[in-house]
Design a protein around this ligand. Structure first.
Ligand code: GDP
Ligand code: IMO
Ligand code: MG
Length: 423
């Protein structure tokens, strides 16, 4: 039976999914995004250029490869149009090979307005949302009010739009007023629908299952990370979709037994952007150094990312949730000149040590128990195989593998496409 391989983030997002999907895409016929929306920012670097994708799957730069935006994605046609324009400027031919599932939900201008108003209402307890309208759009999806990509082909589309907008205007009354130029935003939104309509819409679930039956090789690309999953993340400081492997089934329309390799990506340390618990955070000089060396600023919002050490209880948890078969470790080069590197092996709370995460990380005072490793104090630029890595790097990786119980199969040593060691 043909299966779909999966790439997803094991932490709080920004693990380097875009780079790895782009690298591996050459071995596949189709790359399919299964959840999230323009809250994602996936960075690719090659040929001296840098590209950031938000809605478009990271296989788009590989010639002839089909890229599918699955039904689990929420799509803002304005952001999407902007992305397509920049692809055109880079001479990327995408018209016949960028497909959109009719069942993907649309982000309306008023969803973004609601997002901003809801965050303003939360004040100090705000999620730190990217304000792309993600939460309100998924709320309308599960609340059975949403508009879908396929609806733009219907004659009643405008009516549906007006009806949903009216609901949103009512809802906005419960929130503090936040500035929003609805007229201008609506104009841009309706104009951008022409670009959306110029691409092929598909019944994604049939498309993907037919492709599997025809022996096509498919890679599913996740957005965000497992700790931002709506069910299993650090709720309520999460996004609004299932970012774990299970989301591939509902976000593309495939059966669980169709899932093949699950490649879980983790940085060699840890970051988070926005609010919420982060047990291994280093709000100190170490964190500043990680941010500096790793250039840890958001790809979508430009916000500085919070930085800390790698968290093994957290990774064991997300490896379990996702059924990870292979680990890909990115940004190991960021640690090149640290004299001491740390990894949290346990949590201490309630007077005991724990391997498992507590029910709610927000209300437990967690003290991570760290293990120390000697740094390698060398550039990894010339390392092309696992064996050519410095002894200290190999010790660090082997030890993490032991704690995690899954092999590290890829090691990324720089942002560029070719900076990858495949073990
Ligand atoms: P994504 O959301 O998971 O695709 O990750 P982002 O693109 O938001 O953030 C990852 C950042 O790290 C980007 O700026 C990448 O160019 C960069 N990056 C990816 N892999 C590596 C690596 O191995 N080393 C370094 N130094 N940077 C990397
Ligand atoms: P990629 O795919 C990192 C975070 C936001 C916020 C929370 C909710 O690039 O890894 P939302 O906009 O979904 O309402 O925000 O989730 N967040 C991300 N953090 N990487 C992302 O995507 C993220 N997408 C959302 O910062 O804390
Ligand atoms: Mg990102």
């Amino acid at each position: 039976m043909h299966k779909i391989d999966v790439i997803l983030g094991l932490q709080w997002g920004d693990e380097g999914k875009g780079k790895i999907v782009d690298y591996l895409a050459n071995g596949y016929d189709i790359v399919a995004r299964f959840q999230g929306g323009p809250n994602a920012g996936h960075t690719l670097k090659f040929g001296g250029n840098k590209y950031v994708l938000h809605t478009v799957p990271s296989g788009i730069f590989r010639e002839n490869l089909i890229n599918l935006i699955g039904n689990g994605v929420v799509l803002d046609p304005v952001v999407f149009q902007r992305e397509l324009r920049s692809l055109e400027q880079s001479d990327v031919q995408f018209h016949s090979r960028l497909l959109i599932s009719r069942k993907a939900h649309l982000i309306l201008p008023t969803h973004r307005w609601l997002d901003a108003a809801s965050e303003a209402h939360k004040g100090k307890l705000k999620i730190g949302s990217t304000l792309k309208g993600i939460g309100p759009t998924y709320m309308d999806k599960t609340g059975r009010n949403g508009l879908r990509v396929g609806d733009v082909e219907l004659s009643v589309f405008r009516e549906q739009y007006e009806s949903l907008k009216t609901k949103h205007m009512e809802l906005l009354k419960i929130y503090p007023a936040v500035p929003f130029d609805l007229q201008a935003e609506e104009k841009a939104w309706f104009e951008s629908l022409d670009t959306l309509r110029s691409l092929p819409f598909v019944d994604g679930e049939y498309y993907i299952n037919d492709a599997l039956a025809a022996g096509k090789k498919i890679l599913a690309e996740g957005a965000q990370g497992s700790m931002l999953d709506i069910d299993f993340g650090t709720y309520p400081f999460v996004t609004s979709s299932n970012t774990v492997t299970a989301g591939v089934c509902t976000g593309l329309g495939i059966a669980p037994q169709r899932v093949g390799r699950v490649i879980g990506i983790t940085k060699a340390y840890c970051t988070r952007v926005g609010g919420g618990p982060f047990p291994t955070e280093q709000d100190n000089e170490t964190g500043d150094q990680l941010r500096r060396e790793g250039q840890e600023f958001g790809s979508t919002t430009g916000r500085p990312r919070r930085c800390g050490w790698i968290d093994l209880p957290q990774l064991r948890y997300t490896i379990m949730l996702n059924g990870v078969t292979d680990i890909c470790m990115t940004k190991i080069d960021v640690l090149n000149f640290f004299t001491e590197i740390k990894a949290a092996t346990h949590y201490r709370f309630g007077g005991r040590e724990h391997l498992n995460l507590p029910f709610d990380l927000c209300h437990v005072d967690i003290e991570p128990v760290f293990k120390s490793y000697r740094g390698w104090n060398a550039s990894l630029d010339s390392a092309t195989t696992f064996e050519s890595l410095p002894d200290e790097t190999r010790t660090y990786l082997h030890d993490l593998e032991k704690y995690l119980g899954v092999p590290v199969k890829m090691i990324s040593t720089g942002p560029e496409r070719e900076k990858l060691i495949v073990c």
